[in-house]
Design a protein around this ligand. Structure first.
Ligand code: SF4
Length: 116
């Protein structure tokens, strides 16, 4: 089986063709560098993403946040839901950890802007 992917490793967006056998990538073509090959292999076996969203204070003030690392792709909605259920107290500084363990992934969520 063949999968077509667009590499998200840099703005070049190389179009990757991945040969998949038994749920694993056995060859990757179309990549310009090793990042593309690693991305394709990860995307086939265990896709992950960083999550960027907005959290709210109890008063409804928006605070931009992101996960401090990648989380499994199938956990993204749970992570966003956990962030939405977390009420933040101002002031918040850039880099403040607002969640230690987003949706049980072990990945913290941090503020990406100073607010308040
Ligand atoms: S394969 Fe390399 S050059 Fe191509 S988009 Fe991915 S990171 Fe960029």
């Amino acid at each position: 089986m063949t999968r077509e992917l667009t590499c998200i490793g840099c703005p070049m967006g190389c179009e990757l063709t991945v040969e998949v056998e038994n749920g694993a990538a056995v060859s990757v073509t179309g990549n310009t560098c090793k990042i593309g090959e690693n991305y394709a292999k990860s995307e086939i076996s265990a896709p992950v993403r960083a999550v960027t969203t907005t959290a709210l204070t109890a008063e409804g003030v928006p605070v931009p946040v992101k996960t401090a690392g990648n989380v499994p792709k199938d956990k993204i909605f749970e992570v966003v839901d956990h962030i939405k259920r977390t009420k933040i107290t101002l002031p918040v500084k850039l880099g403040t950890v607002i969640l230690e363990n987003a949706a049980g992934t072990g990945v913290p969520v941090i503020a990406t802007k100073t607010v308040g």
